[in-house]
Design a protein around this ligand. Structure first.
Ligand SMILES: [Zn+2]
Length: 57
């Protein structure tokens, strides 16, 4: 399970909800905020989430 509660940075255009997302990992902890922040899902997270669903038995 790598999908988790969403987080975002206030000055970014997307939120993240996958712990494997490199873009999400690069966010410094002090810039992270909980929730979706009214933003769209990060494309990399979306791809990771989709790959995860496909590989699930
Ligand atoms: Zn992401």
């Amino acid at each position: 399970m790598v999908r988790t509660r969403p987080w975002h940075a206030p000055d970014d255009s997307a939120y993240h909800d996958n712990t494997e997302c490199l873009l999400g990992q690069e966010l410094p902890v002090d810039r992270r905020r909980d929730g979706e922040g009214g933003k769209r899902l990060c494309p990399l997270c979306a791809a990771l989430n989709k790959a995860e669903e496909v590989s699930r038995p």
